[in-house]
Design a protein around this ligand. Sequence first.
Ligand SMILES: [Zn+2]
Length: 338
Amino acid sequence: MGKKIQLYLLLILFSINIYGNEISNMRFGTDRVVFDIDSKEKINPLINYDEQNNLLFIEFENMQKNKNLENKKINGNYITKIEFFSMENITDLFVSLRPNIKYDTLILKNPTRFVIKFEKERKKKKIVIDAGHGGKDPGAIGYRKIHEKDLVLKFAKKLKTKLKNKYDILLTRDTDKFITLKNRSKIANDFGADLFISLHMNANRDKTASGTEVFYYSRKSSNYAKKIAKFENSVNEKYGIKEDYTELIVNDIFYHINQEKSMKLASSIEERIVNSTKFRKRGILGANFAVLRGSQAPAVLIELAFISNKSDAKKVSTEWYQNKMIDSIEKAINESFN
Ligand SMILES: [Zn+2]
């Protein structure tokens, strides 16, 4: 046979599609594209994704496309364009995704279908965990000289471990170092926090005082809440630090939105901790805490227990109680983002 004839034969073979495999149709669902495929063989496309250009590339071997299938521009939630390239017995498919879209592919049988499913990629929420006090500032000193700064750092690290798979976590400090109150909220704002959690231990001259209370930021507060805020705010005064919060103060709209969210979270944390530990329920309170004042995100300050109270101090130093409290905080946080 002459070379010319061989070539003609090849061309004829391709044009009648001897493989018989064909992408026959393309259909659109709300979150997917379905390609109907006429094929007697198992299909095994090569799939690649170009992250730079959000371009999904799929290559089918031994596959033609029906001539009625055309490139398509789409103004969808997930994709913008589908293009076909057929060469000899290979068909390539280019799907242009919008940014931050995840995809998944499925091969369904009887009849054969190739499905691409899309989903919006959920960015991890950012949480800043603030272990109160630190360095030259021990915070409250309780039963058997427990230092508030040491115990809350332990809680902060435990909470980070608990949350880090699901959230982006930043600790304002992970060592025994001094940070001013304003810088704590600045760290949270610079990180772009969605939530700010400040951990503290309470103390009182009255050694019978015990239990858990959770605070949110409020310009108005009760006398009792003022007293607690005064102690936690005293760091600056004690160490001669003057801080101007004007640049951090959030406007009234954010103040109200954040306050509502913060109150809900505070209440959920309080309920859950009290239920799981049987600590005394002291409730939630609004107060003008310097450390919460500058936060652009919802923020709560948890006074986990009274380290001046023998029973609270002993319990809160054990792993069992610590884990119960951490679990409670985690559940409340998860709930607040749902
Ligand atoms: Zn404190």
